[in-house]
Every structure is written in structure tokens, then in C-alpha cells.
Write a protein that binds this ligand. Structure first.
Ligand code: 5RP
Length: 249
């Protein structure tokens, strides 16, 4: 056992440390192999780790002739599903999902997550909330005892564009720290989400009761959703530096 009660599963350790990219793949393959069965509706997350999960899902669908329907959490996820020749659906046709698989920016010892590094948190949370089982895949860098130990960019919060200044001020006043508008890499303008909103990254100063903070943040007019996922994830798979996969549940 290591921090947070992680268990060793699936893959035996190899000699030599592996890179984060390989660790993402190990976690993604383990989650797909352990949670995907025939005739499922699957929520497909966003980010770089999910790419490996979709690779594996498509491989299994082809090899095992599985009947799988996928519901995306973002434009990126939609493209991935289409590029892999998987069946694409939506919540209108499939409002209940068997399982959702997604990455995370940080996973604490209680499976509380920070998500939204890629700006897709609102649709990701909707999909996770519609799934019977929500499974997280991550490399070893995302594993932490308490939020903020690993992910230094703050909690992403999706906001209605006209409200970003008052929301930012309210967050700083009520909860401390600072909530900054996320800018595009080019710095030419703000990042715009799939829902045409902006993102504030809230750099908090100290650990909080995340359930209460999440609820309070959502009461601020202009806040659409937060990247705090509290009590949603059922299990996390971590690809480790030694080539093993460990689970937390
Ligand atoms: C996007 C997300 C991603 O799942 C999260 O940022 C993890 O991404 P990656 O797998 O690239 O580390 O929440 O909004």
C-alpha cells in the first residue's frame, strides 16, 4: 500500500521508471479492460489520458465485436469518437450511461477531484452525473493526499462571460486566494469553452470543505459549474512510475 490506500493491481512492476505518457496509457487500458462490457453506453471524457482509453475501447470493439455507444464530454471527445469509428450518441437519446471514464488534474485521498484543466468541466460533470459508474484515469503525478498539493493552477470555474469580474471578486472576498481569467496561450483573448463561456482559475490559499465550497460557489450568480468533483468518482486508476497500475476506491 502507498499513500491514500492505493492498491496494486493489473500490471506487474517493470525495472526502471516510466514516463508520464506511458503511465497514462497503463491507467487508461486498465480502466477500459475492467469496466467495459458488451451493450454499454459509455461516457467519454476529455484531455490527453482519455485518448489512450478511446484507443483501447476502439480496439476492443473491433476485436470482440462489442456493441458500444459513446456519449462525449466535449468537442474533443466527439472528434475522438468519430475518428475511431465508434458509435456517437448524446444525452437526448441516452440520458443514462453505464459508465463514464475521464481524466483528472488531481485526485485526493477521498476521490475528490479537480477537473477542467482542459476547460471541459461542465459537460464532464454532467456526463459523470448521468453515469452509473464514474471511473477516473490518471498518471502518478495526479495522485495527492489533499487538493492543491499537485495541481498548482487552481480550481477551474466556468462563468458566464459578462459576470467574470464580479464572480472573481466575490470568490476572492469570500474564500480567499485569487480567481484569474484563463487566457488563450496566444494571450490574444480568454479561453472560450464549448458552451461559449469563460474560465476562472481559482488559486485557493488553504484546504477547505470541498463539498460546502462547491455548493457555495455554485450559488454565485454567473457561475455555471466548478471543477470540484465531490462524491462522484467511484474508482481511480493511476499509472505508476514503476509500470504498475494502482486503484483507489
Ligand atoms: C479537461 C479535464 C481533463 O480530464 C483533465 O484536465 C486531465 O487531462 P489530462 O488527461 O490531459 O491530464 O478535466 O477539462
Amino acid at each position: 500500500l502507498i499513500s491514500g490506500g492505493l492498491k496494486h493491481v493489473c500490471v506487474s512492476a517493470r525495472s526502471g521508471a516510466i514516463m508520464a505518457e506511458e503511465a497514462k496509457k497503463l491507467a487508461a487500458y486498465a480502466a477500459v479492460d475492467n469496466h467495459i462490457q458488451n451493450n454499454q453506453v459509455v461516457g467519454v471524457g476529455s484531455g490527453s489520458t482519455i485518448v489512450y482509453a478511446v484507443d483501447r475501447l476502439a480496439e476492443r470493439v473491433r476485436q470482440e465485436k462489442l456493441n458500444i455507444v459513446c456519449v462525449p464530454t466535449s468537442f474533443q471527445a466527439r472528434q475522438l469518437i468519430l475518428q475511431h469509428g465508434l458509435a456517437l450518441s448524446d444525452l437526448d437519446r441516452h440520458p443514462e450511461l453505464d459508465v463514464a471514464i475521464d481524466g483528472a488534474d488531481e485526485v485526493d485521498a477521498n476521490l475528490t477531484l479537480i477537473k477542467g484543466g482542459g476547460g471541459c468541466l461542465t459537460q464532464e460533470k454532467i456526463i459523470a452525473g448521468c453515469a452509473k459508474h464514474f471511473v477516473v484515469i490518471a498518471d502518478y503525478r495526479k495522485d495527492s493526499k489533499a487538493l492543491g498539493q499537485q495541481w498548482k493552477k487552481g480550481v477551474p470555474i466556468e462563468v458566464i462571460p459578462m459576470a467574470y469580474v464580479p464572480v472573481s471578486r466575490t470568490i476572492a472576498k469570500r474564500f480567499g486566494g485569487e480567481a484569474n481569467l484563463r487566457m488563450a496561450v496566444s494571450k490574444a483573448g480568454p479561453v472560450v469553452t464549448d458552451n461559449s463561456n469563460f474560465i476562472l482559475d481559482w488559486k485557493f490559499e488553504h484546504a477547505q470543505n470541498w463539498k460546502d465550497v462547491n455548493a457555495a460557489l455554485k450559488m454565485i450568480p454567473g457561475v455555471v459549474e466548478t471543477g470540484l468533483f465531490v462524491g462522484m468518482a467511484e474508482r481511480a486508476y493511476f499509472g505508476m512510475e514503476d509500470g504498475s497500475v494502482q486503484v483507489r476506491d
